[in-house]
Design a protein around this ligand. Structure first.
Ligand code: NAP
Length: 288
């Protein structure tokens, strides 16, 4: 079997089109555009270009995104105070805090400081709790959900393959990707196994999965030969591979077995950005 390559561009364009339409409607009602604040301590060239790409993506749907740089010497209290200021600012609708944060900052406390009504990445305890209380996928889709997890679930759902009762394996249990993705897949009716660094025989777990979502951040951790014939493979991993990028799945060999597979780059990434913008729109609309 040779897999269909699931590029993210078409789904991302569809989500962004809807976001653009709703952003224009918001502007008409509120008399101003939707505003998204990006707080970041990342100074490196790669991080800067990623930040600028998100600002540009916002502009492409009419969202005004602004970067608020913070110093690597900032404390937890100082960042929490900045976040509280953004929370009070009536003209800012959505907020992203770029992780990882400087070492001296307590990431857990910052997650707790995120105002749920402006939390564009769905990482505050309140947003996270709402997601895990959702009993149906349609209900979860109306919530602000960590965008990479939503991108993985939507890419899988849009393959159109029957999912109910099938086995899924999610590799990686972080709150940003793996854990919420596993919950979303369970809402899609899949029977989900959540693998992590302590999982003993990952090969056997992959071999029996009808759908694999890889989110470990380990280049080619999932070998192509392990993929069950006809399985769908969603690769959220982004790893530096010399000058270029690669995913967590050994792409060419996996494509020979899978029915669908996302490429890296160009698969989950663009859909994640689109889902993030959709979250900002949802938050802005709920503030009207
Ligand atoms: N495409 C996008 O838009 C997008 C967005 C966000 C993240 N990502 C990418 O997604 C990947 C995961 O990101 P993250 O933030 O979730 O990373 P993370 O916080 O480092 O979590 C990695 C997870 O993978 C597990 N893991 C590590 N090594 C493993 C192994 N050998 N076998 C099985 N599980 C293993 C870890 O297990 P333990 O819990 O046991 O440590 C952990 O749960 C990264 O490549 C990141 O760049 C992509």
């Amino acid at each position: 079997m040779s897999a269909e390559i699931l590029k993210g561009a078409a789904l991302a364009a569809e989500i962004k089109e809807d976001a653009a339409r709703r952003t224009a409607a918001f502007k008409t009602r509120a008399g101003r555009p939707i505003r998204l604040a990006l707080i970041s301590a990342q100074a490196g060239a790669a991080a800067q270009s990623y930040l600028k790409a998100r600002v540009k993506a916002g502009q492409s749907v009419g969202i005004e995104a602004g970067i608020i740089p913070i110093g690597t010497d900032w404390t937890t209290e100082r960042l929490a105070a900045l976040i509280a200021g953004v929370a009070r600012d009536e003209t800012t609708d959505a907020l992203i805090v770029d992780f990882p944060l400087p070492e001296a900052i307590d990431a857990g406390k910052i997650r707790e400081a995120l105002p749920p009504k402006k939390d564009a990445e769905g990482l505050s305890p309140d947003s996270f709790g709402r997601l895990f209380l959702a009993k149906r996928y349609a209900e979860a889709r109306r919530l602000v959900v960590p965008p990479t997890a939503m991108a993985c679930a939507e890419l899988l759902r849009r393959t159109g393959i029957p999912l109910e009762g099938r086995r899924a394996l999610v590799v990686g249990r972080s709150p940003v990707v793996g854990r919420p993705a596993a919950h979303l897949l369970s809402l899609l009716g899949l029977t989900v196994t959540l693998a992590h660094s302590k999982t003993q025989d990952i090969e056997q777990e992959v071999r029996r999965a009808d759908a694999v979502v890889a989110a470990a951040g380990k280049a080619r951790l999932v070998r192509g030969a392990w993929i069950k014939p006809g399985a769908a493979v969603i690769d959220a991993g982004v790893n530096q591979d010399g000058e270029s990028l690669c995913g967590d799945v050994e792409f060419a060999a996996a494509a020979a077995n899978a029915s669908f597979i996302t490429p890296v780059p160009g698969g989950v990434g663009p859909v994640t950005t689109a889902c993030l913008l959709a979250n900002a729109v949802l938050l802005a609309e709920s503030r009207l």
